[in-house]
Design a binder for this molecule. Structure first.
Ligand SMILES: C[S@@+](CC[C@H](N)C(=O)[O-])C[C@H]1O[C@@H](n2cnc3c(N)ncnc32)[C@H](O)[C@@H]1O
Length: 455
């Protein structure tokens, strides 16, 4: 028998908000049927209009408030919410930190795990923190614009202040945009699959102030390329690298596989944990440098190294954690799937005069099986996977290698909970509190460090 939802589309209702979801939406329940409402906070009483009804849940939009949460920040800029750049900016920062701590505890509780979660480590100035921007380029009314997509769409909202980005990066985007207009370079059109420039990526070293501009183009060459590049580096003295990335595919993936240096070096340098790192266009590098130092210090402290240990850093990127650990370990092995990242990692080991680190290009899950077969016996394994978490085969081979300690740096508590359970099934237990670190203020994203030890 088909069960009818207790609400229908377009219906208006008065509700109380009970909780925030992992995506940062308010949750209200009507006869146990959950409704998700953007921009609504726990404790608020409001009138909503139902916008979508699915089998077990629905979505609604807020129409008017009867009572507001004391944690609500008034006078927020709606553009940031519309674009999804800062979907939690309406929640006061201390409450954002509590929300992140609570999210992790909730997800473990739902999996019947009683864990201790420490208060989230926040930052003093939780805006303008990003060292990297990736902005789409589109033609609007015949003019090239840069900005951000409206959430759940590809409609570009032009923006000049991105709120959570380093303002020097925002200024560089405007300058590049103006030069693209001056040279009449057409933006890419997703529908016709014609035009030239798709995206602009800008990275700026937090300490070095070296800046890289990546022009992501559908075509192998940009019209007036030499003059454009010349004008960009003349207008922006911090620019030490201009790179062309070619992405000729009709795809939502931002970067293609071909990169060519148009000006300066193929990498920029920055400093983290007192070490120097070269970073190329396609390599991962943490976007919040101030918080990354706290996150890495936490991972290093929790690893508890004495200088005698063999350590594996799976998902190592350009070797940031590996090299920070190498100063305190006998031998470190790092693996990442992106060849450019591993090239950077090898250069970075040399730059920092660290000779006790070996880096490998491979899927971490495959490399781990090879290390296990080769009889490598790590004392500590650090994992820092993307949001989808760990492959079960990696968990299996890690457990077989039997490290005393696993330090799990996670950017997604849902996959963290799943993976921790798989480690528990193989004889590991959580040691000490889980430590959230706020890498992404004004957004619902949650980063954390968890330690597992062998029973
Ligand atoms: C969250 S980042 C962490 C990188 C590094 N630990 C850091 O802090 O800069 C995840 C990394 O996993 C890499 N990656 C994604 N899938 C992978 C896989 N299956 N095997 C190995 N590395 C992978 C990405 O290239 C990226 O460098």
């Amino acid at each position: 028998m088909k069960i009818k939802a207790p609400v229908s589309k377009n219906e208006q209702l008065d509700v109380s908000i009970m909780d925030l979801t992992y995506q940062g939406m308010g949750v209200a329940k009507v006869n146990d049927f959950p409704l998700f409402i953007e921009n609504a906070l726990p404790g608020e009483e409001l009138t909503i209009q139902v916008t979508k009804v699915a089998k077990n849940y629905g979505f609604a939009r807020a129409i008017s408030w009867k009572s507001e949460s004391p944690d609500r920040v008034k006078d927020v800029d709606k553009t940031y919410r519309q674009t999804g750049i800062a979907p939690l900016q309406h929640l006061a920062y201390p409450a954002q930190l509590k929300f992140k701590q609570h999210q992790i505890a909730e997800l473990f509780n739902k999996a019947h795990q009683d864990v201790e979660v420490a208060p989230t480590l926040g930052m003093a100035n939780p805006t303008q923190y990003r060292n990297k921007a990736q902005v789409p380029v589109r033609m609007i009314k015949g003019q090239l614009e840069t900005g951000f997509y409206r959430q759940h769409s590809h409609d570009l909202i032009p923006l000049t202040d991105f709120y959570i980005q380093d303002p020097a990066i925002d200024a560089a985007i405007i300058k590049v945009r103006d030069l693209l207009r001056q040279f009449e370079i057409p933006a890419y059109n997703e529908i016709s699959d014609k035009g030239v420039l798709r995206n602009i990526m800008v990275r700026r070293g937090y300490y070095s102030h070296e800046m890289m501009i990546v022009l992501i183009s559908r075509t192998q060459k940009i019209p007036s390329q030499a003059q454009l590049v010349d004008q960009i580096h003349k207008a922006l003295p911090e620019v030490t690298s201009i790179v062309l990335n070619v992405n000729a595919k009709k795809t939502n993936v931002i970067m293609g596989n071909v990169t060519r240096v148009l000006y300066g070096k193929p990498t920029i340098e920055d400093t983290l944990m007192g070490l120097t790192f070269a970073i190329s266009a396609r390599s991962f590098y943490q976007v919040n440098p101030q918080q990354t130092e706290k996150l890495y210090q936490m991972a290093i402290d929790k690893a508890g190294l004495t200088g005698e240990e063999t350590v594996i850093d799976a998902y190592c990127g350009i070797g940031t954690i590996s090299l920070a650990l190498a100063k305190h370990a006998k031998q470190v092995y790092g693996v990442d799937i992106v060849p450019e990242a591993i090239e950077d990692a090898k250069v970075n080991a040399q730059k920092n005069h660290l000779t006790n680190v070996d880096f490998f290009v491979d899927k971490a899950e495959d490399q781990m099986i090879q290390w296990q077969a080769a009889g490598i016996k790590p004392d500590v394994v650090v994992v820092d996977p993307p949001r989808k978490g760990l492959a079960e085969t990696l968990i299996e081979s890690t457990a077989k290698m039997g490290p005393k300690k696993i330090v799990y740096v996670s950017c997604n508590p849902a996959t963290l909970v799943r993976d921790v359970q798989l480690f528990q099934d193989r004889g590991y237990v959580i040691d000490g509190p889980i430590q959230p670190v706020d890498q992404f203020p004004q957004t619902p994203h949650v980063e954390s460090v968890t330690v597992l030890v062998k029973k």
